[in-house]
Ligand binder design. Structure first.
Ligand code: PMP
Length: 301
């Protein structure tokens, strides 16, 4: 038996016993929502923002989460404590729950909650020093009027298909365009370009998830006196950028130094990217909801 505890519905169970029904519509249809959250030195980074996004995703797909935000916060903190974690990755999943084989969610009696907390395996340092290669892929980002990228749903096939394409092309990450050819995001991260010190990221309505890290970086860059704008751009703008970087809970801030075979800037992570990564790592250890003091219990947003 492992000593990892998973919160499943109403109780903590051991990892080996944390199993759900094959009739769960999360499994059958990808019907559900999720969040990936990070814990730095016992502090949960941007927990309020993650919970807000989870509830908005749920609202959008008419899934009623059977917990309040305050209850969810307590469950997350308890999961971290029970696993005695300090630096961790949290996966929060709310599925439509168990139903019959029909796709109608009406057969599902109650949404199912899963909270997984694991020690974080950090991305290798070399990747941050070297930077990633990106490749634009043929598969377009889901159109917002078909399946909105704003909904962080369990249906990640669009993202998985582009990841497969990136793997086939031998690049580290996919660059996703929308149906009009505008740049949207990576398979699991937001994109920024830097030109003449000005930082640009696509508006989310073009077809990107509103990343928590994205928003944190926009705020941080502005406090560091960079000009940051949300504006549409094409692959050409990426090819001729001085710097390109991606943001996400998993990658934090990471440079992309090659895009569709074009070298970006000097072909190494640029000054703005390095500056933002260093500044980001300072705020993540400082900010956040503490798990191991009573402040964490009271600090409910
Ligand atoms: N876009 C997609 C499609 C993602 O899955 C993620 C990861 N959640 C992101 C962007 C980055 O979002 P965040 O900074 O909230 O992790």
């Amino acid at each position: 038996m492992s000593n990892q505890w998973i919160y499943l519905d109403h109780a903590f169970v051991r990892k080996e016993e944390a199993v759900v029904s094959v009739y769960d519509h999360g499994f059958l249809y990808g019907d559900g929502v999720f969040e990936g959250i990070r814990v730095y030195s016992g502090n949960i980074f941007k927990l309020d923002e993650h919970l807000k996004r989870l509830y908005q995703s749920a609202q959008s797909i008419m899934l009623e989460i059977p917990y309040t935000k305050e209850e969810l916060q307590q469950i997350i903190i308890e999961t971290i404590r029970k696993n005695e974690l300090d630096t961790a990755y949290i996966r929060l999943v709310v599925s439509r729950g168990q139903g019959n084989l029909g796709l109608d969610p009406a057969s599902c009696a109650r949404p199912r909650l899963v909270v997984i907390a694991e020690a974080l395996s950090l991305f290798p340092k070399e990747l941050y020093q070297r930077g990633l290669s990106l490749g634009s892929v043929a598969t377009r980002r889901n159109r917002p009027d078909v399946l909105s990228p704003q909904v962080k749903s369990l249906n990640y096939l669009n993202n998985i298909l582009v990841k497969l394409e990136a793997n086939q092309a031998g690049v580290d990450e996919a660059l996703m365009l929308n149906d009009q050819g505008y740049v949207t995001e990576g398979s699991a991260d937001n994109i920024f370009i830097v030109k003449n010190k000005k930082i640009v990221t696509p508006p989310v309505y073009l077809g990107a998830l509103e990343g928590i890290t994205r928003n944190a970086i926009i705020d941080l860059a502005r406090t560091l006196n960079y000009e940051v704008v949300e504006a549409p751009f094409t692959r050409h703008d990426v090819y001729v950028a001085d710097e390109v970087f991606l943001t996400g809970t998993a990658v934090e801030v990471i440079a992309a130094v090659q895009v569709d075979g074009r070298k970006i800037g000097e072909g190494i992570p640029g000054d703005v990217t390095n500056h933002l990564l260093a500044a980001f790592r300072e705020i993540v250890t400082r900010d956040g909801v503490p798990c191991y003091t009573d402040a964490g219990q009271a600090n409910v947003g």
